[in-house]
Every structure is written in structure tokens, then in C-alpha cells.
Design a binder for this molecule. Sequence first.
Ligand SMILES: Cc1cc2nc3c(=O)[nH]c(=O)nc-3n(C[C@H](O)[C@H](O)[C@H](O)COP(=O)(O)OP(=O)(O)OC[C@H]3O[C@@H](n4cnc5c(N)ncnc54)[C@H](O)[C@@H]3O)c2cc1C
Length: 320
Amino acid sequence: MSDAQHFKVVIIGGGPAGIGAAVGLAKRGVGPVVLIERRAELGGTPMGYRKKPGGVPTFVEWTRGRVVFGEELAGRMAKRLAKTDTAIRLGTQVTKIDPAEKRLTLLGPDGVRELTADAAVLAAGAREQTPAEKGWLAGARTARVGFTRHVTGWLDRHGLLPARKPVVVGSDLIAYSAAAKLRAAGSDEPVMIDRRQSPSAGFFERLFFWRWTRPDWSGGVTAAGMKGDRAATGVQSSDGKEWPGDGVMVCGELVPNSELALLGGLAVELPSRQLQLARGQAMSEPGWFAAGNVLGGFHGAQWCYFNGRRLAKRIATFLE
Ligand SMILES: Cc1cc2nc3c(=O)[nH]c(=O)nc-3n(C[C@H](O)[C@H](O)[C@H](O)COP(=O)(O)OP(=O)(O)OC[C@H]3O[C@@H](n4cnc5c(N)ncnc54)[C@H](O)[C@@H]3O)c2cc1C
């Protein structure tokens, strides 16, 4: 399309990593830069942790050693972005990329548009594995089984307690955060199981959550299936043991949102969906970079923000 707008850098994703990249590029005087975010607001995943009276802050702000509402942290990052000249397109999804041409197709309030850039940053974040990807929840799902995002939805948006005696599967930061929310909403102390021998959340991470939750931990347990016909009555482990409860929360195990890269033909490892990086945060095609949780693994929001900021130096060097 000949009317495609051209930018020096396009950033895909307005979470902590994308915001960090935009702030870093502005500090280096690189522009014009455009940031594309499919949601109606900036901030990414932390925005799911809304501030409200009587709500429990469970979002760990590592650099200050305290727990806040995710929305507060994301809001501070967005304020830093607002001080830059970055063009921001909200409610706009990048649906297709042509990596060689650095041409992006966008679907937004004005319909389908295209833009081109000299460099592109993929900061699309990560999502939790689906039951099928986990390979242990075949067929129809019983009621009262959910992922972390469902817990947040039930508790924060609908004010519903999904379980009085929850079983939490997983033991990373996300799992502790879900357990804390359930406790604060009135559940018993959750039973927490994981195939790992010791929790994947580190000692200090667990210490953060002690105020709210001290889950009844069992390691070396591989969840093999759900108990209960209509509603969950617990989890069955691979050795035939039962872990009773009236609701099951499956937490953690993030998968990079690398669909765009995959569709565009950038090098992506399967089935992990991990981006194959050429060097540092540079992707397989020159001029394409990645930042934040799309890189794989579990990283905190501030790590992602600073990861984006650090990436700006590499992009500036590439553009020289
Ligand atoms: C349940 C849970 C609890 C967590 N708790 C903590 C915590 O306590 N403390 C902490 O520091 N971190 C926590 N994290 C991690 C933190 O949320 C992430 O580290 C951080 O949000 C990652 O930033 P990001 O910018 O890489 O990705 P995201 O925050 O996921 O942002 C990615 C953005 O890209 C957008 N996007 C994706 N695809 C497209 C597209 N095609 N077009 C346009 N936009 C697109 C998305 O809409 C999203 O806004 C938690 C994460 C989860 C899931």
C-alpha cells in the first residue's frame, strides 16, 4: 500500500517492555517512534490488577521491595511514556508482519492500515499455557477449574470466590499471587502442588506473600487429571493420589506470544514458541528485536521495563 506511514521504529505491545523501549529510544533521541497496543489502554498484564477500595495489592514491585496494585505500577510507567514524543495507537492490533520489508498490517479504529519502519520491536508479552498445551486436561472441563487470569476475573471483576478449599497447581510467583488473592477473598489456606521438589518462587518471593498466604505445600507431585464430574473436587496425581478441594487453580508456565513472529516467518522454536535470537535481543531478521516476557521465561514487570530500555541502545546502534 503506497499510503503506509513510515517510522524510524515501531514497537508492538504497550506493556512494561514496550513502554521501556519507547522511553529508552526517546532518551537517545531516536524518532519518530510509534507504539501499537491492541487494548484500549497502556500497561499490559499489570493492568489486570486493578486498584479498588478493600482490594488486596498482590503485585510485587521488586525494586522497592513492596506489594502494590499492578495498575499503580503500570500507571507510573505510562506517565514516563507520556513525557516522550512517541506516537501511540491504542485499540490497534498488529495482525501481520512482513519482516524483510518491515511492513506491518494493523487493525484498529480506522480499519485496516499498514505502516513501515526501519526497525521493529516485538514486546507482545506472554500468556499462560492452555490445558491442551499442558496435556493433562482432556475433554470438557469441570466447573471451578481455572487459570490465574480466571481467578483475577472471578475475584476482581465479579467479586466471586471460586473455591473455599482451593488446590493451586504450580508454585511460581503467579501461583503465590493467586493464592494470596484467594486467601484475601476468604478461602482456606490453599493446597499447593507442583512437580518440582521445591517451589519455583524463590525464598524472598515467598516471604513477600507470607502476610497473606502460607500454602500447604507438596512437591514432586505431577497433576494427571481432575476429580469431579460437574465441579472439581480435587486433583489426581500421576501416582494415583488425590488432592481434594472444591476448586483448582492452574498457574504459571508462560508461553511467549510469538504468533506474529511465527506467521511472519521469523525463527521460532516449536513447540516451546521461544524466539530464536541471533544475538542478544536481535531476532533472526536484521532490524527485528524483542523485549520483555516474549523472550521466554518468567520475568517481573520492572525487569521487562528495564529490558526494553536497555534494548534502545542496541536499536540506536543498528540505525546508525
Ligand atoms: C498472573 C501474573 C502475575 C504476575 N505478578 C507479577 C508481580 O507480582 N510482579 C511483577 O513484577 N511481575 C508480575 N507478573 C509479570 C508481569 O506481568 C510481566 O513481567 C510483565 O507484564 C511483562 O511485560 P511485557 O511488556 O513483556 O508483556 P505484557 O505486560 O504482557 O504486555 C504485552 C502487551 O502487548 C500487547 N500485544 C500483544 N500482541 C499484540 C499485537 N499483535 N498487537 C498489538 N498489541 C499486542 C498486549 O495487549 C499487551 O498489552 C505477573 C504476571 C502474571 C501473568
